[in-house]
Design a protein around this ligand. Structure first.
Ligand code: ATP
Length: 257
């Protein structure tokens, strides 16, 4: 066990430090891989550049994501170690609301981590979790080793997949399989962000609650209205607006000096 920080509530970075502590705890419990801690650091750097708030393009992408999940015939929410550590309850609530199935989807897959992620979801209220043990028997073409294992009842046969914090190779492989891919990724330049159909550039701790609210609101719309929201969304343009937002924010900050 590592030494735990006592974080004063008034600390200017209290929220960010609490998330780090949660991830370190989860790493010790086998939920998060060591590389997951590094990936979180990369995400934090982009979050800092955006002011650690949800920016307008992220909200726009969230509405398109919600409409796509509602219209999907077989939607799946993919859960990795970081997602299970940071927002297990929101992932479970979203799955119930859409409704969609939850699937454990790991870059660094081993039996201990599979069980740890599944248990975190069950503790958060999930009744059914796909993608562990012999259930992960299907293979994503063009990927090798344990990275390609998926559940034939889940990601393999899904039409729409929410894959937060995903790696670029797997996102590209899912696209080649014809899947409609929604991601949450703080880095607008990552291969995942650039390859997905819809990229929500935001911290998952803010993005999932926003997505829950959007699904709740948009569920009242009819099919045509939902299709209209998706058609008006252009991921490339939205990513450009995100990058320009960061540029303008940094320019304004530089001028304040
Ligand atoms: P790619 O392979 O897609 O080019 P990468 O090599 O950075 O990108 P990974 O390290 O596999 O991909 O994925 C981690 C991604 O998740 C990073 O882009 C990081 O910015 C993002 N990320 C990490 N923590 C969070 C978080 N809490 N919320 C949203 N995104 C996050």
């Amino acid at each position: 066990m590592g030494i735990r920080l006592k974080i004063p509530k008034s600390h200017v970075r209290a929220e960010s430090l609490k998330k780090r502590e949660a991830l370190i705890d989860a790493e010790e419990k086998g939920i998060v891989a060591k590389a997951g801690l590094i990936a979180h650091g990369r995400g934090e750097a982009f979050d800092y550049l955006m002011g650690e708030v949800t920016i307008p393009p992220a909200l726009f992408a969230t509405r398109a994501a919600a409409a796509s999940l509602i219209l999907a015939e077989h939607p799946i929410i993919s859960v990795n170690g970081n997602t299970a550590a940071l927002v297990p309850a929101d992932a479970v609530s979203l799955a119930k609301l859409v409704p969609a199935d939850l699937e454990v989807n790991l870059f660094y897959r081993n039996r201990r981590r599979e069980i740890a992620v599944k248990s975190a979801l069950i503790r958060a209220g999930a009744k059914k979790v796909l993608g562990t043990g012999s259930s992960a028997s299907a293979r994503i073409p063009e990927l090798f080793s344990e990275r390609r294992r998926v559940d034939p009842r889940g990601i393999y046969s899904a039409d729409v997949i929410l894959v937060p914090l995903e790696d670029g190779d797997r996102t590209m492989a899912l696209k080649k399989m014809g899947k409609f891919v929604i991601t949450i990724d703080l880095n607008p330049l990552s291969r995942t962000a650039q390859t997905a159909d819809i990229t929500i550039v935001d911290n998952i701790v803010r993005a999932l609650p926003n997505l829950l609210r959007a699904v709740e609101e948009l569920k009242r719309l009819n099919e045509q209205e939902l299709k209209g929201i998706i058609e008006r969304f252009d991921n490339r343009r939205n990513l450009s607006e995100t990058i320009l937002f960061i540029r303008d924010r940094l320019t304004a900050m530089a001028k304040e000096e």
